[in-house]
Unconditional design. Structure first.
Length: 559
């Protein structure tokens, strides 16, 4: 816990947990304010969890969520109302503390000199000069000049961001590169399926962000508020401005837990879990071990989602565990899929169907989860089959694994970079933005019609790096992305159906069929997933070593 004092009455901090409440009480705080919206991070406890612990300790708690990097006038008003209403001293928190410090600075600007505000926040470790400029500029952050400038700015420090930075460095070592990402921890999210299946420990999937940023690349630990491509500028938390010659956008997507009524309130208890959250994947395995009889639901929302096979991977590994311990005959497995097919590439469906049959799982297509009553152990689905009126169906459960709806991050959806659906609008071959020639995108946030997987980002990063270096040199682009994605479907402990495909569902196997036939369950594919892919991710992909990921050659030059 990192509490930073701004005044005797107000302090701020990065994200806290329920376990921190006792220490917060011992430090003398009488109230807390949460400025971080629920569901913003993969390891983030909900406000309700914090509030329950705070109330038990006699501490008041208030929820004033603010979108990352984007502080509005109404947010400042809400923060001020909470400060005025709550007993002091107050601790306000968000992901890094910057949003809370920004809110305090704006609120206090009507009461005290800006020099006092800047001094107080600087002592606490926050640079609010951008706030001062915004106030002096009538509430708008000026972007004609910036606080820093780089040859290449990368928004997002996940698989795509770190990989493209390393790939750029391997091609042109003299580039000044910055990665903008507020997270302290980088996660190997493909490993969470294995955590939920009792194969990996959660700790194996996490490393500190600082240990992974390539040497020589500047890490700017901040959230993004907005893009101003006309001025080659990115506006950050605290109203700071970073300028660029070229921009790469890859912040991932947003897990929209709030889109399902009642879901956030029951996650991690009442038998409701999800391998899409770091802290919940171990709960999945706990539930699998504890369940002796009853109904187990596995949900899949409408596309797009990252790792489209993950919802059924959880089902297969759970079914396999119950098969092995002899409980399967007493457990009713149901797959509640908002789509109309088991898997989007038909070549892999026969092998998957055999496991559906083995685990006696019922397939319920066109079933979209809309609400959860955790205490009652009841889930509500909207059933919208083609050419029929939608119906509402309620289903009881003893265990439910939920895949949340997924959307582009808020700061992307409202930006000039987004298409009508909110995703970054790119050419699907070169991955350059369709409207802004010095902007590229990769990973889950862009709108190319490929599977959103880490394997896709592994292929995309060299493509983006190659084309940026060509652009800097004034050459025509040479690298093409063919839509490659991979989904290792863990159909049982020890066997995987290795789905590899590109645009249009065209199969893109990495190995000869005689060696590894991805359309059939394979122990070799399991070995690849369990033993080979994690070190390839940490030690090759994130280091710019493009093993089996060299960019495809562009058939026709793009000028």
């Amino acid at each position: 816990m990192d509490i930073r004092k701004i005044t005797d009455k107000t302090s701020v901090s990065p994200q806290i947990t329920a376990q921190d409440i006792a220490a917060i009480k011992d430090a003398g705080f009488r109230a807390i304010i949460c400025n971080r919206p629920d569901g913003e991070g993969a390891d983030q406890p909900s406000f309700e969890e914090i509030e329950v612990a705070a109330n038990a300790a006699g501490i008041k708690a208030r929820y004033v969520p603010v979108q990352t990097g984007l502080v509005k006038d109404e947010d400042v008003t809400g923060f001020g109302a909470a400060l005025d209403d709550l007993p002091r001293p107050v601790l306000a928190y968000c992901r890094t503390g910057t949003r809370s410090a920004t809110l305090w600075s704006f609120y206090e600007s009507a009461k005290r000199p800006m020099s006092d505000i800047l001094a107080a926040t600087k002592t606490a470790g926050y640079d609010m000069n951008g706030v001062a400029r915004r106030i002096a500029n009538g509430g708008k952050t000026p972007t004609d000049t910036g606080d820093a400038k780089y040859d290449v700015v990368i928004v997002g420090g996940g698989a795509g961001g770190v990989s493209v930075a390393a790939s750029l460095q391997s091609r042109q070592s003299d580039l000044s590169i910055a990665i903008i990402d507020p997270a302290d921890i980088h996660y190997y999210q493909p490993g969470w399926t294995m955590v939920g299946g009792g194969i990996f420990e959660a700790s194996q999937t996490a490393k500190t962000m600082g240990s992974l940023i390539p040497r020589g690349v500047k890490w700017i630990q901040a959230g993004v508020a907005a893009f101003e491509p006309a001025n080659n500028a990115v506006i950050l938390d605290g109203c700071r401005v970073v300028k660029y010659d070229r921009l790469v956008v890859c912040p991932g997507l947003k897990l929209d837990w709030n889109a399902v009524e009642g879901l956030e309130e029951t996650l991690g208890r009442n038998g409701v879990t999800s391998n899409y959250r770091y802290d919940l994947a171990p709960y999945t395995w706990q539930l699998v071990q504890e369940l002796k009889e009853g109904r187990a639901l596995f949900t899949q929302p409408p596309m797009p989602i990252k790792c489209a096979g993950a919802p059924q991977k959880a089902m297969y590994l759970s079914g396999d565990a119950w098969f092995r311990n002899g409980r399967l005959k007493d457990i009713d497995i149901q797959f509640m899929n908002a789509g109309g097919v088991l898997f989007g590439v038909k070549d892999y469906v026969p092998a998957l169907q055999k496991y559906i049959d083995k685990y006696d799982a019922k397939l319920n297509f066109f079933h979209n989860l809309v609400s959860v009553d955790g205490a009652a152990r009841q889930a509500t689905f909207e059933v919208a089959k083609p050419e029929t009126e939608p119906q509402i169906v309620r289903v009881g459960f003893e265990m439910m694994h939920v895949c949340p709806p997924q959307v582009a991050p808020d700061f992307i959806r409202v930006s000039p970079l987004a298409d009508a659906a909110g995703w970054v609008d790119v050419d699907q071959v070169t991955l350059r933005h369709k409207s802004f020639d010095n902007i590229w995108s990769l990973g889950d946030v862009m709108n190319a019609p490929n599977a959103k997987t880490a394997a896709a980002a592994r292929k995309q990063a060299p493509t983006v790096a190659e084309n940026i270096v060509a652009d800097i040199a004034g050459r025509s682009f040479t690298a093409a992305y063919d839509g490659y994605g991979s989904c290792p479907l863990t159909v049982e402990r020890g066997k995987i159906v290795l789905a590899e495909f590109g645009y249009g569902g065209v199969l893109k196997p990495s190995f000869p069929t005689a060696f590894l036939d991805g359309t059939k369950p394979s122990r070799l594919a399991w070995f690849l997933k369990e033993k080979m892919l994690p070190p390839i991710y940490w030690k090759a992909m994130l280091k710019g070593k493009e093993w089996m990921a060299k960019p495809e050659k562009l058939g026709v030059s793009v000028d």
